[in-house]
Every structure is written in C-alpha cells, then in structure tokens.
Design a protein around this ligand. Structure first.
Ligand code: NAG
Ligand code: NAG
Ligand code: NAG
Length: 158
C-alpha cells in the first residue's frame, strides 16, 4: 500500500518485469480486528515466471515501521511466523504454508515475566510482510520485499 510515502515501497525498485506485485489481500487495508479475534490472511506472493520466492515473514507492528535503525526501541508488535507459497522451481513443495487465519493477540494481557501489556482503543496497527525472493539477477543474499496494510485494533465502530 502507498499509504505512507515514508514506507518507500516502490514497484520501480523491483528489478524484474515479470515479478508479481506482492499484496496482502487479507486483511484488506483498514480492516477492523478486535483483540483476540481470528482474521483471514491471504497474501499474493511476488513469485512469478522468472522470480522465485523462498519464504516470507509476517509481522504486526503496533507502531509505524518507519526507519530501520539500530535501536532498543525500534518498534513494538508481534511476529506471526515465517511461511512460504509453493512456486516452481524455487520452492515447489514447502511444508510451511500459512494458516488461513491468524488470531489477533489481546495486548492488554500481560505476556508474562516482566511484561506489562497495554490496552489500546481504535489503534492503527500495520500488518507487514517481508518476502525473500530472487529474480535471477545476482545479489548477495535474497532480495527482500516489504509491504504492509493498516488494520484498526479495537475499533470504536464496526
Ligand atoms: C523457509 O523457512 C523455514 C522455516 O524457517 C526453513 O526451515 C526453510 O529452510 C526455509 N526455506 C527456504 C527455501 O529458505
Ligand atoms: C478496547 O477499547 C475500550 C474502550 O473503547 C477499552 O475499555 C478496552 O480496554 C480496550 N480493550 C483492549 C483489549 O485494549
Ligand atoms: C478511529 O480510527 C479511524 C482510523 O484512524 C478514524 O478514522 C476514526 O475517526 C477513529 N474514531 C475515533 C472515535 O477516534
């Protein structure tokens, strides 16, 4: 999504003409999700003819993921996991396909230990995907795409 220019995700940066556009289909941008609610997840991978996708990682940022700088307070959020979309020949038969739904944590519940938890009302969070892929043009390591949709946590209206 192009909702924040600071996200800097520009399709022009994708080096291959064949790449699909990585899109978080569900939850759509602006979806309301309650604490503890299961929500549909669907992701369109960048994999395409000429582009191999290996894995993608799904995060929920509860603060805007604006700048990747070394910091003890880089941000806040939750990691949903590392998944893959079958694509031939790069990763034809992955064992870690994503679930159809994730459950939004209730962040008001203390996570244990020294954790405190915090309530939030009508908060804008960012469901984000980093995808590891390659398009046949050599680079040390995999290329990594980034996309994010806003979700409204504990919305005041439905
Ligand atoms: C994908 O991620 C899983 C889990 O971290 C890992 O075991 C696997 O080797 C990765 N596959 C590729 C192709 O990177
Ligand atoms: C959700 O918002 C209400 C106020 O509308 C608040 O009382 C409640 O604590 C919030 N819940 C969570 C889990 O943050
Ligand atoms: C809740 O958040 C949405 C999205 O940011 C905003 O449009 C709306 O005005 C907010 N509602 C209240 C009552 O603050």
């Amino acid at each position: 999504m192009h909702f924040l220019s600071t996200f800097g995700f520009a399709l022009a940066c994708l080096a291959s003409a064949h790449a699909s556009t990585p899109v978080i289909v569900k939850p759509a941008d602006g979806t309301h999700i309650s604490p503890g609610q299961a929500f549909d997840f669907s992701y369109q991978s960048i994999a395409d003819y000429g582009v191999s996708s290996y894995n993608y990682s799904v995060y929920l940022f509860t603060t805007p993921p604006l700048a990747f700088m070394t910091s003890q307070n880089f941000g806040a959020g939750h990691y949903f996991g590392r998944f893959a979309q079958p694509n031939y020949p790069g990763n034809p038969n992955p064992s870690n396909t994503p679930p159809a739904t994730f459950v939004m944590p209730d962040f008001s519940k203390p996570p244990g230990g020294f954790g405190a938890g915090a309530s939030a009302t009508n908060a804008t969070f960012y469901l984000a995907v980093f995808e590891e892929y390659s398009n046949g043009e050599g680079v040390p390591g995999n290329r990594i795409s980034f996309t994010a949709n806003r979700v409204i946590y504990n919305a005041t209206s439905h």
